[in-house]
Design a protein around this ligand. Sequence first.
Ligand SMILES: Cc1ncc(COP(=O)(O)O)c(C=O)c1O
Length: 355
Amino acid sequence: MEIKITRTTHPKAKPSMDGIPFGTYFSDHMFLMNYDPEHGWHDARIVPYGPLELEPSCMTLHYAQEVFEGMKAYRRADGHIQMFRPLENIRRMNNSSVKLCIPHIPEEDFLQALKALVEVDQDWVPSEPDTSLYIRPFAIALDAHLGVHVAHTYLFCIITCPVGCYYPEGLNPVKIAVEPREVRAVRGGTGFAKCGGNYAASLHASDKALKKGFSQVLWLDGVEQKYIEEVGSMNVMFKIAGKIVTPSLEKGSVLPGVTRRSALEILRNWGYEIEERDLSIDELIAAAKDGTLEEAWGTGTAAVISPIGEISFEGEDYIIGGFQIGELTQKLYDAITEIQWGKVEDPYGWITPVC
Ligand SMILES: Cc1ncc(COP(=O)(O)O)c(C=O)c1O
């Protein structure tokens, strides 16, 4: 694929990377590529970051026919830049696109676009501890038309932003609230896909939780409202009586996280018994009460591994591990981040060098 590069003539002043907030400052360039039935994906280009021009009738704005991804590029101590399992994100976005009826993007073109954009904006990849360049690819329907149907034209865009910790808490434990009534996803719906509609559906409950002092919502399944699914923007894992228990992906209502997959591969390698299965909230609360719930953590690109120190359910607060980072949680965080920042050899083949 040929990518036309137009560099900005007005590079932005870079923000201080020390304690930089998540998702706030965007780098100088973005990648764009259009789709129409006659030409397929075409006109791949990197241009200065700036507003998109959309018709007010653009179908994405009304019917949310769009998908997105979230991944990161990391600066190693030797100055080189690398990405973590980019093919997993590329495949997940194409999988989300099947559900949203958005045309497939060839994997090699997608990867080339990611690498080219990060290389053009390489000065935006920070080197401070715990910082990285967050990468947000997304594809949106462009048709200017009202009426619910599959669009004919699309825009694929990638933007990037330097980020630090996702939660203000950093690697300190977060408090999460079980949502007893509202649901995020149902069987047969879009839960497994990374599409904006899922996040829109989660806003009301998340906002309620936030106002009560919780970082995120712990979602229960949309059928029986009994089984744990995931946290707002993370998959969730529990260490119960020495075993690792995490909701399975089988029902299609949980996002198949890249960090989840990586954490499970590492844990298996370390000899832990893993149970990917239904875990009811009652079973979890019973384990919290009898002391067998040893550790709990969320996994996600943004926060990597986030210790869960407290779960609130039906007006009761259950403290996990004395509200301290669990030993295994910390070990897992270290193991994944050491690979991501290139501090150790990558024994799994997860790293893709950029420049
Ligand atoms: C709903 C949801 N679940 C789980 C995850 C974790 O996925 P990953 O590890 O690929 O970032 C995310 C973040 O992308 C998410 O938004």
